[in-house]
Design a protein around this ligand. Sequence first.
Ligand code: ATP
Ligand code: MG
Length: 543
Amino acid sequence: MSGPSVHALSPHPEERRRRVSLDHPSRRRCAAPQDEGSEEPKGHVMTDTPLLDVTDLATHFHARAGVVKAVDGVSFSLKRGEVMGLVGESGSGKSITGFSIIGLLDPPGRIERGSVKLEGRELVGLPPDELRAIRGKAISMVFQDPMMTLNPMLTIGDQIGLALEAHESVTGTERRQRAIAALAQVRIPDPQTKVDFYPHQFSGGMRQRVAIAIALLHRPRLIICDEPTTALDVSIQAEILAEMKELVAQLGTALIWISHDLATVASIADHVCVMRYGKIVEAGPVLQVLTRPQHPYTQGLLDSLPSRARPGAMLARGAGTDAAPPPRLPRQAESGHRRADLPYVVIETVGKRFQRKSGVLRLLAQKAGLVGPLPAVQAVDDVTLSIARGEALGLVGESGSGKSTLGRIVAGIYAPDSGQILLDGEPVMSPGERPHKITTRIQTIFQDPFASLNPRMRIGDSIAEGPLAHGLVGRAEAGTYVAQWLAAVGLDPAFAGRYPHQFSGGQRQRVAIARALAMQPRSTSRSRRRSSICCCGCGRNSA
Ligand SMILES: Nc1ncnc2c1ncn2[C@@H]1O[C@H](COP(=O)(O)OP(=O)(O)OP(=O)(O)O)[C@@H](O)[C@H]1O
Ligand SMILES: [Mg+2]
């Protein structure tokens, strides 16, 4: 199926932008996308030509194991000020479409064919320095992990300054003022002070706001947001979504919003394109696609939404195709030893306080008796709960409510200050103690899979590393063992030879899950008694 022309389906995008401009006369100047410094071709009629015209775009990766057709003949166009949602399952080619548009592909990935035109100017095949001049200025990108944009060694003000200087010459004072204004624009409180902070001093939501501020710095005509709110908790997600909507409307910027979260797409996009296996399978106005989907795959995607689906129901990978469903995970609960009545993990009156560290000046002031120590933070306060075998417990709460700290105590990363953890009736952790002899039985899946995967190791080796070290598998059978776990999480066993960067975000998370689950002793009668638990911090989305 050839990709549809999205803007042809749009009834009122220009009207939407005009209304915003009229509502905010003071902002009309910002709304003009053809600001100074534009790469606008001479004689170009701004209102008639699409801002972005993607035709038959194909991006392939030429790996040793074969060619991966990540994007396989995608076409769409976007007008000024339009917001397009790009949705689809993990690995469908959404991010690679974004990277191809902005010219951020690393070998062995390359654009095989097709065209990407920005206001009539062909971007495919442009020399790297010309692409660099466009990137960050005419088109910018916001990633799921703001740390992909931010340098931990530089203050926020310096980073915004560097991004400014990439395309403009500014004086030192101007640089600081513009950085403060950029932070204020994305509603960072007290920007005059925060401009001197380092990224680690900001919360995840604030860091993402800074990444958005940097993306908006040169008033780009197009912003590509790749899952920008997926890692944030729902309240911050909603705030950022609302602010982003307002900002793109103010600035007249077109937006491609890449997400697997149909709810955010419904709330921000005018149009939506649904991707699968590198192709667009359905496109149209967001309401039409989400309420009256035509393609069986889109119908499956919508049916798998938690609000509609039965508990535990998954989108069949074969929806809309003849593809076979993925192999199922080996479940210990099915081998007849689920004992839901007996608690397997007991967390008893657990508490944890963190003493906040004072800076050098405060320490000196403390020594001089001028101030007292900073108050301690009670991260976990008298928590008691239990989990039965085969049961999954969801721990939800707003940012800073203690979820991760409790998870880390159970995983043995922190010792509790009070209370105890019992595993199968045996105390495994008591105040002040380090955990012992439970490392193969408790595994953690982190929100960011990069945190658990060594970027220099093939993922097959990463998955086999722990089971080999703990004698769960011998060297001779390690390959088959890894293949079994890759298949169990719905990945092709041939991927064992890839490095972490060669996966999509969702695929990488599956690798991290396979790595954690591979630490389960196999189902021998002894190991059944010693089944494992996993602490997951995969995401904060309440859905
Ligand atoms: N460097 C690479 N080498 C080989 N294949 C790659 C590489 N990077 C991505 N791919 C493959 O390209 C395909 C599309 O990946 P992409 O990152 O665009 O997926 P996505 O739709 O963004 O998924 P997600 O929702 O998980 O982020 C996937 O099959 C992925 O494995
Ligand atoms: Mg992606």
